[in-house]
Design a protein around this ligand. Structure first.
Ligand SMILES: NC(=O)c1ccc[n+]([C@@H]2O[C@H](COP(=O)([O-])OP(=O)(O)OC[C@H]3O[C@@H](n4cnc5c(N)ncnc54)[C@H](OP(=O)(O)O)[C@@H]3O)[C@@H](O)[C@H]2O)c1
Length: 327
């Protein structure tokens, strides 16, 4: 299988290469990034690969899949070029997530949308993916009506520059780097620009994308997204309200059985433990203010589950569904 990775040198691009290896995808990889990375060496199954500068012509070639993670502006411009050449493009940026004709996919929830589909597929926001994986089985049981979520998001969520900023501050730098305030020894309740309604962009993404993926346009949802001085792994405190009474034992069993979810009973899970994990971890499950509500603590690796792993799972699901269709 011939696969192009655009943004191959970034936090997500490098993890895509690792995930393709771990999921044993037999691929011929073509790696692209900006001019700055031209000629850099990366490895796939011990094969040495050179990074090339992204060009329009490179994406006019035919690939089985094009995996993009080079930011919204690059995706807006280059994804249509790749799609027009007949390529299926799986895009990690926020550029296409609100387009009604473009599926926004978490394969375990709405992977069926990929059947017979060709073109651009949008990968959701990292903090949304881990939360909807947990909310989906609870919604099936009790009818989800309301979500209040506060996040504790790692610096790798802002890409390589976020990681660098925290590293430099730990070494004594007083430069705020890419953040509006110092991030080391601090927390910042802003991710992305503020909108007129007082919410910041990351909060709007979580709200909109949760409604879209769960197909719940009437869902009441409010997010507060916070950057914390953690390198990898996003944590979330989730409060969910339901139409029907929940049962704690039954909810725990449903979470334990849900795909790509790990349920931790009588203990809790922290982001330092999710470096190699592709799952959404749920712990501290308990009732909220009444039996129509549940609270839980949710941890996921933003670069894996929140980006690269979900993209590779989309690729594999697309392949499986469209092979079946060809038969
Ligand atoms: N990090 C996360 O947790 C996460 C989660 C979900 C989604 N995403 C999304 O995934 C995308 C990438 O994020 P990241 O964290 O991997 O960022 P990153 O570490 O900053 O990497 C960005 C990548 O894009 C490449 N790039 C930048 N400008 C380019 C251009 N003009 N042409 C070609 N390549 C270009 C960079 O190449 P150079 O190395 O040559 O500069 C690098 O490979 C973003 O849209 C982000 O919102 C990230």
């Amino acid at each position: 299988m011939k696969i192009a990775i655009v943004g191959a040198t970034g936090e997500v691009g490098r993890m895509m290469i690792t995930c393709l290896e771990e999921f044993r995808v037999d691929a011929e990889l073509h790696l692209f990034a900006s001019e700055r990375s031209e000629g850099k060496t990366l490895y796939y199954n011990e094969e040495t690969l050179k990074v090339r500068k992204l060009t329009e012509d490179a994406l006019r070639e035919k690939y089985d899949y094009v995996l993009m993670s080079a930011g919204g502006a690059v995706s807006k411009y280059y994804a249509p070029i790749a799609a027009a050449a007949g390529n299926t493009v799986i895009d990690n940026s926020s550029a296409w997530r609100r387009e009604s004709g473009i599926p926004l996919v978490v394969p375990e929830i709405n992977g069926g949308l990929l059947k017979g589909y060709a073109g651009i597929v949008a990968n959701p926001n990292c903090s949304t993916i881990q939360m909807v994986l947990a909310l989906s089985p609870l919604h099936k049981l009790y009818g989800l009506e309301m979500v209040v979520v506060s996040t504790y998001q790692s610096v790798s969520g802002s890409g390589h520059k976020g990681v660098q900023t925290l590293q430099q501050q730990r070494q004594g730098s007083s430069d705020n780097g890419i953040y509006p305030e110092k991030i080391d020894l601090n927390v910042i309740p802003q991710i992305g620009a503020f909108q007129d309604d007082g919410y910041c962009q990351e909060e709007e993404k979580m709200q909109f994308e949760t409604m879209r993926i769960l197909a719940l346009p009437e869902l009441k949802i409010s997010a507060t997204t916070v950057r914390v001085p953690v390198y990898y792994g996003h944590s979330e405190s989730v409060y969910a309200g339901f139409a029907r009474e929940a049962d704690l034992q039954e909810a725990g069993k449903a979470l334990a059985a849900a795909p790509s979810v790990r349920f931790h009973d009588n203990t809790y899970f922290t982001p330092i433990n999710c470096l190699k994990s592709n799952d959404s971890h749920i712990s501290r499950l308990r009732y909220g203010t009444d039996r129509h509500s549940l609270c839980f603590w949710n941890v996921g690796n933003n670069v894996r589950l929140g980006a690269a792993t979900n993209a590779v799972r989309i690729l594999l699901r697309h392949l499986e569904l469209n092979k079946e269709q060809d038969r």
